[in-house]
Design a protein. Structure first.
Length: 281
């Protein structure tokens, strides 16, 4: 997904929030001004990270935040699972709950509010606009053999795990893989986080090999490319995966909450609206 001017301004403003160092911001501006047509927001943020570390050293890690939200949602796990299983359609309810988890995003949002997050579960269901895509998604799952979930944030991955439990029940023939970030970036999930929440009990965990908050095919290690290339059904979670994959010529389902002006404008919805889209090759 091409970086438009409004997105470029937002990216720059976030770096200004980190530092007012003129030389640092000059290099950031240079990256933005000389971005290529195919460069995506997650890739630019990956480049910003290198510049930041050159001037200031490693950024303060998100380990405490990640553990906080993994533990928060793990503490809710039994209650959410019960809510899912008591619903009229556990598969769809689990999907909706997993999408709600995409709220926990310290990259797209200036503040993550626990009370707001919990309130979203009051309406854990599909939107009318999701119905056609869900029908296609279920049909693809029914006919496929290999399923790949491209994960996004910590906390969210606990709810992804509950969704995958229902996926296994509804489509037991599927072999399931989950791709996570290769190393620490924001509050995104890594292999360590996936193991911590028990994701390895429901899926094979695959690393994207990079500290990048998205999925940039050219930067993937060969094992990750192989999993992506051979997946019959791909579900990409979060704005970063959408930004880095949309328009790349793949058949992908996208699930996320709209958390910034670019996305609310693109989809013409209020902030925190859940989106479910299918992109054909």
């Amino acid at each position: 997904m091409r970086v438009v001017e409004s997105c470029a301004r937002c990216l720059f403003d976030k770096q200004k929030h980190l530092s007012d160092n003129e030389e640092y911001l000059k290099e950031i501006r240079d990256i933005i001004d000389h971005r290529g047509e195919d460069d995506t927001s997650p890739y630019l943020v990956y480049l910003f990270r290198g510049v930041y570390e050159k001037y200031f050293g490693p950024r303060e890690p998100y380990q405490e935040v990640k553990k906080k939200y993994n533990d928060l949602v793990l503490g809710m796990e039994d209650a959410v699972r019960s809510k899912i299983e008591a619903s009229e359609d556990p598969f769809e309810t689990a999907f909706a709950c997993a999408r709600i988890g995409n709220y926990i995003d310290f990259g797209a949002m200036n503040e993550v509010d626990e009370e707001t997050f919990l309130s979203l579960f009051d309406d854990a269901k599909l939107r009318d606009e999701d119905r056609k895509v869900m029908d296609s998604f279920a049909d693809q799952c029914r006919r496929g053999k290999r399923f790949l979930l491209l994960a996004d944030n910590c906390g969210e991955i606990v709810l992804d795990k509950l969704f995958l439990e229902q996926l296994h029940r509804k489509f037991p023939q599927l072999t399931v893989s989950v791709m996570v970030r290769g190393s620490e970036v924001l509050n995104d999930a890594t292999e360590e986080d996936a193991a911590y929440v028990g994701m390895d009990k429901v899926a094979k965990i695959v690393s994207n090999g990079q500290p990048i908050a998205g999925t940039v095919y050219a930067m993937l290690p060969e094992p990750a490319k192989e999993v992506l290339d051979h997946a019959d059904v791909i579900l990409a979670k979060g704005q970063g995966n959408y930004e880095s994959l949309y328009g790349q010529g793949r058949h992908i389902f996208y699930s996320f909450l709209c958390k910034c002006d670019l996305f609310t404008g693109r989809f013409q919805v209020p902030k925190l609206t859940g989106i479910f889209r299918e992109e054909w090759e």
